[in-house]
Design a protein around this ligand. Structure first.
Ligand SMILES: Cc1cc2nc3c(=O)[nH]c(=O)nc-3n(C[C@H](O)[C@H](O)[C@H](O)COP(=O)(O)O)c2cc1C
Length: 308
């Protein structure tokens, strides 16, 4: 029998669909694949204005997402051997449509099923993946693999290009800056992961899938980013609460606080970042063993609530 796979995802610019298509490209003739797209009732803007972009932070961080459309009914009538679940982080959490899906009744599609998560991001996905693991474990899904594709440029360069992409809609390289997002070569290379998934199906051994995915570079993790993300999430939680005191999404009453958050974030990133990189480096040296344990944990699949 041919394995039946559901590919379930949200994407705003189409990047994640490209990644998923690359993963499945080499095995599409050997498996039956259905696609289901998570769609917000009211699409998020693209390109974003700065106010729209940063106004999406509080509800993303507090997991109070905007509504999504119902998923196609026919996927609930089929039995899938595997679900490939593609999502992207927004503000260190799953994107709002992803969270809306994970909080909805449609999450039942994952019940008792093997799941491979596929993350397409800039480079900060750890906290988002912990949240996804939490939702999945709540319905007894079996996370059997995780594939992360991120922008391999330095943190600062990827920030500059993601800003150009988000606010101007321009992904292509310009001036001194490279193209934004996950590099084309890495998207094309994701094809290898599909073969690994298929091989483990044939061997009836999804339990060992992630070990081989890791061996093939499915999760590359820079230890410095663990520290930056731990710091970032604390600040985001504070600002989310502070902004929401003035109203809900789009409320003009909170615009001043949203722009304060934006300005401070940019100062933290572009002006303070050399200092914070230095203190992160010190921490890396002084807490080498703890950090190595963290890196091992985040590269693997187990779930310890409150780890980050
Ligand atoms: C509002 C917003 C916040 C984002 N926050 C993060 C983040 O915290 N970490 C990260 O690695 N990428 C972040 N990104 C980049 C996305 O994860 C993703 O790579 C990009 O939006 C393209 O995804 P798409 O497939 O939805 O088009 C953010 C993007 C948006 C639009």
């Amino acid at each position: 029998m041919r394995p039946r796979i559901l590919v379930l995802y949200f994407t705003q610019t189409g990047q994640l669909r490209q990644i998923l298509d690359s993963i499945t490209s080499g095995i599409a003739d050997k498996v039956d694949i259905d696609y289901a797209v998570i769609e917000p009732v009211k699409p998020f803007p693209f390109p974003w204005t700065a106010l729209q972009f940063f106004d999406a932070m509080p509800e993303t961080v507090e997991h109070l997402p905007a509504a999504i459309k119902p998923l196609p009914a026919d996927i609930f009538k089929k039995e899938y051997d595997l679900i490939i679940f593609g999502y992207q982080p927004w503000f260190l959490n799953p994107s709002q449509p992803t969270t809306a899906f994970l909080q909805s009744e449609f999450i039942r599609i994952f019940k008792d099923k093997p799941v491979v998560t596929v993350v397409g991001c800039r480079n900060m996905w750890l906290h988002a993946q912990e949240k996804v693991k939490g939702y999945l474990s709540g319905v007894n899904a079996h996370l059997v693999g995780n594939i992360v594709l991120s922008d391999s440029n330095t943190n600062l360069i990827s920030l500059l290009t993601v800003i150009r992409w988000s606010f101007k809609g321009q992904k292509a390289a310009s001036g001194m800056l490279p193209a934004a997002g996950v590099q084309d070569v890495d998207i094309a290379g994701a094809r290898r992961f599909g073969f690994i998934i298929y091989k483990h199906f044939q061997e009836n051994n999804l339990i060992d899938l992630h070990r081989e995915l890791l061996f093939q570079g499915a999760v590359m993790l820079n230890p410095g980013l663990v520290i930056l993300e731990q710091r970032g999430i604390k600040n985001f939680r504070f600002w989310a609460k502070f902004i929401r005191e003035k109203g809900g999404p789009g409320d003009p009453e909170r615009a001043k606080r949203v722009m304060m958050f934006k300005n401070l974030l940019l100062v933290a990133i572009f002006i303070l970042s050399p200092f914070s990189s230095f203190t992160a480096l010190l921490k890396r040296v002084m807490k080498r063993h703890t950090l190595q344990k963290d890196v091992d944990y985040f590269r693997h699949l187990q779930y310890e609530k409150g780890r980050i």
